[in-house]
Write a protein that binds this ligand. Structure first.
Ligand code: IVH
Length: 676
């Protein structure tokens, strides 16, 4: 069989595997027997073993273990299992600390203490202990719900069954990582590509007896829900874990200062090869629980922790050509097509060149030999050109002045804040007027955080576009299924499945809806903020009447950049048509309001001047947690004006005139039950 044929066969099998995986796990209606399903999996794994060039992120060798299994019941986590934001460099780390200090309203010389813990690359688990007894154990799942894998976890020797220490909390979720040591993995002689996949597969065996045969280990590092844990520091908690009989990482450290974090990082990175477990970075957690609490979370990650990923793997390759990719915001991104190279187990054949300036700055030419870096999950990029290998015929790249898709002029926006031209060149067409932009917008519309339609992936968007079945997002809800049924690779059942998945998403939350529109500068976080503010879709639509738009400035996190972007969005008639059409077809749910019956319900606040020891963002968040809201001007609607240092006189006078209650910071804290 030639290479192309092997690849075709491989992707056909993966497609079939995933189709059946979906039917089995998601729909609970398998169309093939378990044995046939297992055979299909083995065939894929064998192909991968025989032909090393085969790689797919959808392969069961990679994705196995992440799908919810019907062998286990799902259970809600009592506290969500969050993920971590990543940093890759000292600069990222410095910025992370600055942000934290800003949020806490601390000066630059304030020393933050971190618990620096090697990040084991295994499978996280949450173990509930009640009255000292191991009760249930859940996998992470989607962070909200995990699978009940108690029986399998009970086979792990590192997990104590009972803990009799007096100071062990009465009810607690102990969280940590299940993993396989490298030396044990090598002895296992199994079909898994790496210890992580092996740990994941082993934890999900149907029969705990099979799990027991695998030398799984457990290291504890955090907790979820707790009752009776009276500690102040993460380092104290880690110490206690050890006393209670859990294993903790011997390389955990308490450190302050970025310089110390960096030298610890480099030291451990050097040791990495000698360790008997895989680590992919260092987790930094703010050591003080009180500060952790103040910092809280952003969507699905805590503000109080960050993962410092180990520096990338890199390799030498050659630039074959430079292509232009067009994104959903019209951004033209140059991408280098490179001679495929294997970097850390992944075959890389594309590397982003970011923008025009980057190509000029690094003097990258077609034909050049280059150093390529692949850091974590980030798209590979070019670090440098080997000038000694430069030849005369290596061609300079001419950046297109017209959009390669629709021929419109390309432009660079002028940033009125930085007073500089944007580095990114964009297609100047009005979004849906450009074919490539439209396709990308629709891909965004169906993406995971947006409509997330099962079985409707990017490839399908491209196919349906090609067949003129879709042009605008609303077309997804008016598809002509009779045409799809006759397409290659489709049949009655798969069309039924697709129709079902689409129908499921006719009901959608307002935040997802806003996010799915793909408005520049309105990511998930901003979509959430806006949805909470406008409450329902018709209020959102009425933002298109410009005078309402500026009200959004009341939202902390929304600034001029977002307002300008929304204004441009609403000025475009096609966008309005898309929203209005979707409004007819869909049921967009009202935004869920954060706790309505708190002590500050229906009370409005405004802050003038600087508060001490607390940022505005945190104050606002505290008020909102108690159901109060913040407004940005003094009017009859305002209940309390809070004055800090150097308040605006005019605001105080206006408040006095309207007989609005004026509070000092201390008085506010009293209301919030918080000491300053
Ligand atoms: S703390 C909210 N501590 O990293 C805090 N996680 O991307 C999240 N991990 O799913 C967990 N070592 O599987 C924490 N010392 C450590 C860790 C660690 C490894 C994993 C864990 C988690 C992932 C976060």
């Amino acid at each position: 069989m030639n290479k192309e044929k092997v690849k075709q066969l491989y992707s056909k099998k993966i497609q079939e595997f995933n189709k059946n995986n979906f039917l089995y796990f998601e729909k609970n209606s398998p169309k093939i027997s378990d044995a046939e399903f297992d055979k299909l999996k083995v065939e894929i794994l064998e192909l991968e073993k025989k032909y090393k060039f085969l790689k797919s992120k959808d392969s069961p060798s990679i994705s196995l273990g992440y799908k919810p299994s019907k062998n286990f019941t799902k259970k809600s986590h009592r506290a969500p299992m969050l993920s971590l934001a990543n940093v890759f460099s000292e600069e990222d780390l410095v910025n992370y600390e600055k942000k934290i200090l800003n949020y806490l309203d601390k000066k630059e010389n304030f020393k933050i203490e971190y618990s620096a813990e090697p990040k084991i690359d295994g499978i996280s688990a949450s173990l509930t202990f009640k009255n000292g007894k191991f009760f249930t154990g859940l996998s992470r799942g989607d962070g909200k719900e995990g699978e009940d894998i108690t029986a399998n976890l009970k086979t792990i020797k590192d997990i104590p069954e009972t803990i009799s220490s007096k100071d062990f909390p009465q009810d607690i979720d102990i969280r940590g990582e299940v993993f396989i040591q490298n030396s044990d993995f090598l002895k296992m002689n199994n079909k898994f590509a790496n210890p992580r996949n092996a740990a994941s597969g082993s934890l999900r065996q149907k029969n705990p007896k099979d799990t027991k045969k695998i030398p799984l280990k457990f290291i504890a590092y955090t907790f979820g829900y707790e009752k009776g844990l009276n500690l102040n520091f993460q380092s104290e908690y880690l110490k206690k874990l050890k006393q209670w009989g859990f294993k903790t990482n011997p390389l955990n450290r308490v450190l302050t200062g970025i310089k110390n974090l960096m030298s610890n990082y480099e030291e451990i990175q050097k040791k990495r090869k000698e360790l008997d477990f895989d680590i992919d970075g260092i987790v930094y957690k703010i050591n003080n629980f009180e500060i952790q609490k103040r910092l809280g979370n952003v969507s699905n990650a805590p503000r109080w922790a960050v993962a410092h990923k180990f520096s990338a793997n890199n390799g030498i390759s050659k630039i074959i050509d430079i292509d232009i990719q067009i994104g959903r915001t019209g951004a033209l991104t140059p991408v280098a097509k490179i001679k495929p190279i294997n970097i850390g187990g992944v075959v890389v054949s594309n590397a982003t060149l970011h923008n025009e300036e980057e190509i000029l700055r690094k003097d990258i030419r077609i034909g050049d030999e280059v150093l390529v870096e692949r850091a974590g999950d980030v798209i590979p990029h070019i670090i440098s050109v080997d000038q000694s290998k430069r030849e005369k015929n290596h061609k300079k790249f001419v950046f297109p002045v017209r959009c390669p898709s629709c021929g419109s002029k390309t432009i660079k926006d002028f940033n009125s804040i930085t007073k500089k031209e944007d580095a990114v060149r964009r297609c100047s067409s009005e979004g849906y007027e450009c074919e490539k932009v439209s396709i990308e917008k629709i891909k965004h519309f169906i993406s995971k955080e947006a409509f997330n339609i099962d079985g409707f992936g990017k490839k399908i968007v491209e196919k349906f576009w090609e067949l003129k079945l879709i042009r605008l997002p609303q077309d997804i809800f008016n598809l002509d299924f009779s045409k799809i049924e006759n397409l290659d690779g489709w049949g009655k059942q798969s069309v039924l499945n697709l129709k079902y998945s689409i129908d499921q998403k006719r009901n959608i939350s307002l935040e997802r809806f806003i996010y799915s529109l793909g408005i520049r500068h309105i990511g998930m976080e901003n979509a959430k903020l806006i949805s909470r503010y406008v409450k329902n879709l018709s209020n959102f639509i009425s933002l298109s009447k410009n005078q309402n738009l500026r009200d959004l400035l009341n939202i902390d996190g929304i600034g001029e950049t977002q307002i300008t972007s929304l204004k441009n969005f609403f000025l475009n008639k096609i966008n309005l048509k898309v929203i209005n059409e979707l409004n007819k077809i869909l049921k967009v749910k009202e935004a869920i309001q954060v706790k309505k019956d708190g002590s500050l319900a229906n009370k409005t606040f405004m802050i003038t001047g600087k508060l001490i020891g607390i940022s505005r963002a945190e104050t606002k968040s505290l008020i909102e947690q108690n159901s109060g809201s913040i407004v940005s001007n003094v009017s009859k609607k305002l209940n309390y004006l809070i004055i800090g240092e150097k308040p605006t006189k005019r605001k105080i006078e206006a408040a006095q005139e309207l007989k609005i209650k004026i509070l000092t910071q201390n008085e506010l804290f009293k209301i919030l039950n918080k000491s300053s």
